[in-house]
Structures are given as structure tokens and as C-alpha cells.
Ligand binder design. Structure first.
Ligand code: THU
Length: 310
């Protein structure tokens, strides 16, 4: 398997699962970020307290079929294959096997090695189409299913199957990727969080409350409101409050922002510039009464000056 892309102590502290990617079939960066966030949540939900590593190979159908045939004697393609490195005792899973996990310490990763996963990207895409949900949801689901196997879960007997399903649901809902979730539903959630953030507005001078909800590509949502000041020029807009909260919590990459106000309020020039620093490809949703409109940040800030301009 490949060497990890980055491995330093700071990252190990922040992320509980080091994913050693082997990309034989490209997927977009958002999906990999969502997978990383979901992998971290696997360990959190299972209450594993030590850093762990896994390899994840994203491949095509022929590759996964060959691995299926070579290691399992099954001569066909599948969606995900997992090869745990820990030999869990009957009925036990990672959360209650810390000593066993520590025996799998791998100095290449500076973490306990849980095993290898293979995911067929074409299979994942076809299943997303078949089930009518997003590729993100399907990709994250397959990763979570695979990591659950690497943590000792199985679905051979009915009782084990139920237990595995429960754990998967817990992780997926923590990752905001529930079964019914679609991108449209995610937008609705973001819009209602922006409307709620508007209620926190401190706007005694303008009486114009604004709320924002910023979606980070790692799955987190940061809200913000406008915060005014008796020295008027020091007012901070809702959008910038959300961005500054997010960046100070370690988020650096965003895909959607929702903004709520009494009237249609596209972000002001200063906010457009600040958003452009971190998210030139941002989708911007504005809502007022029961209206919603959408534009891209690139439409709102054409030819914008940003980190790539220098
Ligand atoms: N405001 C925002 O929060 N976001 C914008 O993009 C435009 C303006 C706030 C700032 C001030 O508190 C109030 O709206 C009136 O300008």
C-alpha cells in the first residue's frame, strides 16, 4: 500500500483515523473529505480512544472482482471488501478491545492498524443511482460499513446484523448522512439553521437581523449572526461571524452558505471577499419570508482577488 499522504502529530491528534488512500479510481475531493470525517466518527461512536489507521483503496470493478476471487474465492465484483487485521474475540468489537488494538500498533502510521478496505467506485455510483440517493451518501455508507467490519462487526447472524446496522445508523446520523438525506434536504437544514441564527442577531442600531449557516466540507456546520457596535463601523456581518468561527475551529474549506434576513440580502462586498479566501466555489443561498434564491460566489464576485491571484 502507498505511504500516507501526510502524517504528523498535530494531524493525528485532530483526526482519530489516519486513512492511507490508494486512489486507483478518482473521486471528487468532497467525497474523500466526507469519508475522512465519517471514519473519525466511527471511532468516536465506538468509543475507541487510541489513534487508528486503515488503508482505503478506491478502485474499479475489475480490481475488486480480482481481490474478491483471490482472497474469498468469489469470482465477481462487489461494492466494498474489508480485511480486518485484528482478530476480535467472539461478540467483541473495537471499543472493548483496546489491548488487542494496541498490539496492532504500526510505526509506519504511529497508530493501531485496523486493516484494509477496497471500494469499487463504479459499483458505488451505480448503487447511488439505483437507490436514488447521492454518491456522497453511498460512498460514505460503504466506508462506514467497511470500517464497522474492521472494528469487529459482522452480519452473518441476525442478532449481529442488527447490532451492526444500529452502529452504522449511529455513525451515519452523526455524519449527517442519514438514509433519506439528499443534497436538497441538506440545503433545507442549512436554511433553517440560518433562520435560527438570525434570532441571535445583535442589531439594535439597524434593527436588521441577519443569520448565516456555513457548511464545511468536513461535514460541520457553523452559524453566525450580525453583531453591531455603537461605533457603527465595527459591526460584523453574519457571514463573517460564521467564517471566523469556522476557521478558528480548524475548518478551511466550505461548499455552501445559507443567509437569512427579512429581505433578500446577498452578502456585502466585504463578506464576499472573506468568503472567497476559503471557498471560491461556494454556493450561496439566501432566504427571506418563504423565498429562497441561489447563486455562486463566482457570480457575486466575478474576477475576485484571492490566494491564487498572488
Ligand atoms: N449585514 C449582514 O450581516 N450581512 C450582510 O451581508 C449585509 C449586512 C448586517 C450588518 C448590519 O448589522 C445590518 O446587516 C445592516 O447593515
Amino acid at each position: 500500500m502507498n505511504q500516507p499522504e501526510t502524517l504528523n502529530n498535530r494531524e493525528m491528534r485532530q483526526r482519530k483515523v489516519l486513512i492511507d488512500w490508494d486512489i486507483r479510481y478518482e473521486v471528487d475531493a468532497t467525497l474523500r473529505e466526507r469519508m475522512q470525517a465519517a471514519a473519525d466518527l466511527c471511532l468516536q461512536c465506538e468509543q475507541v480512544r487510541i489513534p487508528c489507521a486503515v488503508t482505503v483503496c478506491l478502485c474499479d470493478d475489475d480490481t475488486i472482482a480480482e481481490i474478491n476471487s483471490r482472497y474469498r474465492g468469489i469470482d465477481r465484483s462487489t461494492d466494498v471488501l474489508s480485511f480486518p487485521s485484528v482478530n476480535y474475540p467472539e461478540k467483541l468489537t473495537a471499543g472493548s478491545c483496546e489491548i488487542l488494538l494496541k498490539q496492532e500498533y504500526d510505526d509506519q502510521y504511529d497508530a493501531a492498524f485496523l486493516g484494509d478496505l477496497f471500494i469499487s467506485v463504479p459499483h458505488m455510483k451505480a448503487q447511488a443511482r439505483e437507490y436514488g440517493h447521492t454518491e456522497t451518501r453511498e460512498g460514505v455508507y460503504l466506508l462506514v460499513h467497511g470500517i464497522c467490519h474492521l472494528m469487529g462487526y459482522d452480519h452473518i447472524e441476525d442478532s449481529d446484523k442488527e447490532r451492526m446496522r444500529r452502529m452504522e445508523e449511529k455513525i451515519l446520523s452523526a455524519a449527517s448522512v442519514t438514509r433519506e438525506s439528499t443534497e436538497a434536504a441538506d440545503d433545507q437544514e442549512l436554511l433553517s439553521m440560518a433562520r435560527e441564527a438570525m434570532l441571535q442577531s445583535y442589531s439594535p442600531y439597524s434593527s436588521y437581523p441577519v443569520g448565516a449557516a456555513l457548511h464545511s466540507r468536513d461535514g460541520r456546520i457553523f452559524t453566525g449572526c450580525n453583531v453591531e457596535n455603537a461605533s457603527f463601523g465595527l459591526t460584523n456581518c453574519a457571514e463573517r461571524t460564521a467564517v471566523f468561527k469556522a476557521v478558528s475551529e480548524g475548518a478551511r474549506s466550505f461548499d455552501v452558505i445559507a443567509i437569512a434576513a427579512r429581505t433578500k440580502a446577498w452578502p456585502c462586498g466585504a463578506c464576499r471577499q472573506v468568503l472567497n479566501e476559503f471557498a471560491p466555489e461556494l454556493r450561496v443561498l439566501v432566504t427571506w419570508d418563504d423565498h429562497v434564491e441561489e447563486k455562486t460566489l463566482a457570480e457575486l464576485l466575478p474576477e475576485g482577488f484571492g490566494p491564487h491571484s498572488m
